[in-house]
Ligand binder design. Structure first.
Ligand code: MN
Ligand code: MN
Ligand code: MN
Length: 276
């Protein structure tokens, strides 16, 4: 029997992805995904109604990606197999949404200080019903001609150390892990390689994540290099964490990642789906 294709980290237009939940499901199924989670930033709106209900040939595991702060950085924790209706989780999401709006206003003020007209209203329009994220600022900066493409928007204005890098608004590990476990979910440290930390620093982070009740880690994320996967597999095994995998797909325009396009997880590791 062929191995099942799991993609447990994707975004819809309910946060900063470009596809509706229904379109994302259809694309995932076309790509051969067997089990999918839509993990939008700080929202479970994709699971309202039955737009993301499991369809023949595709099982959907409800999920979310929550922003947290750790040691002055922004770190993402994915919650998988959550009950989207859980009141503690809903309260947490409401708090995150307030934090997200406060952050957007701070970013807008920081950009205004650089001489742009306050971009908040324009960016809010671009975000529509979704919570405002940096990709929406990136779109605005390109549309207004401040930068030639989104890569430069991050390089000049939104990336680490730039005016758009506002992260002190998020809840800590303990709080976010509690929201996820209250909702019956599994807390998964998202894309560890993306933080560009040394292995020593990553171990400090994992000490705190495990102490907070974290039980899994994304050993495979997007199209990361095999040697990175090997390092993360070692970490997962050292910390007795279950392994998860996800494309972190946002849009078909990102040619480097697609739903279901991840490399297989190392065979020797316990899998996150065995925790539900
Ligand atoms: Mn995103
Ligand atoms: Mn993330
Ligand atoms: Mn993501």
């Amino acid at each position: 029997m062929l191995a099942m294709n799991y993609d447990l980290h994707t975004h819809s237009c309910c946060s900063d992805g470009s596809l509706t939940p229904a379109a994302l499901l259809a694309l995932a199924r076309d790509n051969g995904v067997d089990v999918l989670s839509i993990t939008d930033h700080d929202t479970v709106r994709a699971y309202d109604g039955d737009a993301a209900a499991s369809t023949p040939g595709l099982q959907v595991i409800p999920g979310i990606e929550l922003s947290t702060k750790w040691a002055g950085r922004s770190v993402h924790i994915v919650g998988l197999n959550i009950d989207p209706e859980n009141p503690a989780l809903r309260q947490g999401i409401a708090r995150q949404q307030q934090a997200r709006e406060a952050r957007a206003r701070t970013i807008a003020r920081n950009l205004e200080k650089l001489g742009m007209p306050d971009p908040f209203d324009e960016v809010a329009k671009i975000a529509g019903d979704a919570g405002i994220g940096r990709p929406h600022f990136a779109t605005h900066l390109v549309q207004s001609g401040y930068v030639r493409d989104e890569r430069n928007a991050y390089k000049k204005y939104l990336g680490a150390g730039k005016p758009g890098d506002v992260k002190d608004v998020w809840a800590d590990f303990n709080t976010v892990v509690r929201w996820i476990t209250s909702a019956g979910g599994v807390p998964v440290l998202a894309h560890p390689a993306k933080y560009r930390m040394t292995m020593a620093k990553l171990r400090l982070l994992l000490d705190d994540f495990v102490a907070a009740g974290g039980t899994a880690v994304e050993v495979v994320s997007g199209n990361q290099a095999p040697d990175v996967t090997k390092k993360l597999a070692r970490l997962a095994s050292d910390y007795a964490l279950a392994a998860s995998t996800g494309s972190d797909f946002h849009s078909p325009a990102q040619t480097w990642t697609r739903p279901g396009g991840c490399a297989e997880l190392p065979a020797n590791l316990p899998k996150v789906w065995d925790l539900w």
